[in-house]
Design a protein around this ligand. Structure first.
Ligand SMILES: NCc1[nH]cc(CCC(=O)O)c1CC(=O)O
Length: 289
């Protein structure tokens, strides 16, 4: 590890998690003094809290500023939520490692007393499409803002429920506030987003090897597999896609085709995309039309 490493993240909570995990490893394998700078900066996606991600959102909304800092040499290592990372990476950057994945499931946040929500606020097409199957009568509205703001909006009755990732709530140390109930959604009810709950460490290609040793292999295999699926299907954040590899079974969801569970025979990065393209050829054909 080089003597001077500057780390950037878009959220303090992610940075804190990365810092803690890296320090744990550093204690065993490295001299922790290698990190000379820990910074966080706000990305366009974090700032434009009133934008509809569906209408105005573009690829890399939560990652671009940080990627630029690494490319320019201002930072050496970027800490991203794997879920926010587009499958296409800017030239010169790569993913060196993933931190151990946290709980990948989503949490349904309900106003106290509500069991079958009829008005659900979520801006995620993936969540909306899957919730529609769980609650056929529900109507949907968009919601933006940071986690606290969203919880407050549900408390105030803007909707009866919303959904947030367990990992994000956990990193922020948020417990159910008074008046709200948290209900964990099992994978059988709500398939997580590609990369959900995993933190990706991104760096310049020439430094990939240097930082690769920091990562969790099991998480890397799962997320590489999920991203190959996303690439094969060509989906962005506007399509209701979900893909989650639990180490044995790949769980997939597509709005036009509902759910599918398959065994993944190979975890070789080079073969995965072909495998998914072949396996899901019907899905691709239909989503093209
Ligand atoms: N930009 C939204 C975003 N990106 C990553 C997470 C969740 C935490 C994670 O998957 O690491 C969230 C919030 C949410 O979906 O509830």
């Amino acid at each position: 590890m080089s003597a001077e490493t500057v780390i950037f993240a878009s959220r303090r909570s992610r940075l804190a998690r990365a810092q803690a995990l890296l320090a744990e490893r550093a204690a065993i394998e490295y001299d922790p003094s290698w990190v000379t700078g820990l910074l966080w900066l706000t990305t366009t996606g974090d700032r434009q809290t009133t934008w509809s991600l569906e209408k105005e959102g573009g690829k890399g909304l939560f990652t671009k500023e940080i990627e630029d800092a690494v490319l320019s040499g201002e930072a050496d290592l970027a800490v991203h939520s794997a879920k926010d990372l587009p499958t296409e990476m800017p030239e010169g950057l790569g993913l060196a490692a993933f931190l151990p994945r946290e709980d990948p499931r989503d949490i349904l946040i309900l106003r106290e007393g509500v069991t079958e929500p009829n008005r659900i606020a979520t801006s995620s097409p993936r969540r909306r499409a899957q919730l529609q199957r769980l609650f056929p009568k529900a109507e949907f509205s968009e919601i933006r803002g940071n986690v606290e703001t969203r919880l407050q909006k549900i408390k105030e009755g803007e909707a009866e429920a919303t959904v947030l990732a367990s990992a994000g709530l956990h990193r922020l140390g948020i417990r159910p506030p008074e008046g709200l109930v948290f209900r964990r959604l099992e994978v059988s009810e709500m398939i997580p987003a590609v990369g959900q709950a995993a933190i990706a460490l991104q760096t310049r290609v020439e430094d990939l090897e240097k930082f690769s040793v920091l990562g969790c292999e099991k998480t890397k295999k799962a997320v590489v597999c999920e991203r190959a699926f996303l690439r094969a299907l060509g989906g962005g954040c506007h399509t209701a896609f979900a893909g989650y590899y639990d180490g044995t079974i790949f769980h997939a969801f597509h709005e036009a085709h509902e759910r599918r569970e398959i065994q993944v025979p190979t975890l070789e990065e080079a073969d995965l995309q072909d495998f998914f393209a072949e396996e899901f050829v019907d899905w691709i054909d239909q989503s093209d039309s």
